[in-house]
Design a protein around this ligand. Sequence first.
Ligand SMILES: [Zn+2]
Length: 97
Amino acid sequence: MRLPSGFAEVPCARCGSFTPGLAFGELCRDCLKVTTARANRVARLISLAVTALAAAYVSLRIPPTPTARMWAAICVVVVYLIVRRVAKKVALEHLRG
Ligand SMILES: [Zn+2]
């Protein structure tokens, strides 16, 4: 329901349903849930692909010592976590618009 005072309820940027407490350009809770799930899926795919490339590169470049292998594994995990975070942020921004 729309309040007579004007912009107390703002339509969702995607589906257009009026939701209280929403700012202009924001998504309603349902759309945000769908968008976040999609962004998570995209981020997982991207980060797995990048991690596979990083693992392949690292396994070709490092010397075959246990210490080097351990650090390489740590680096690959760190690459995965960072890429996933960044990819999720980028995907969210991209899907929101
Ligand atoms: Zn919506």
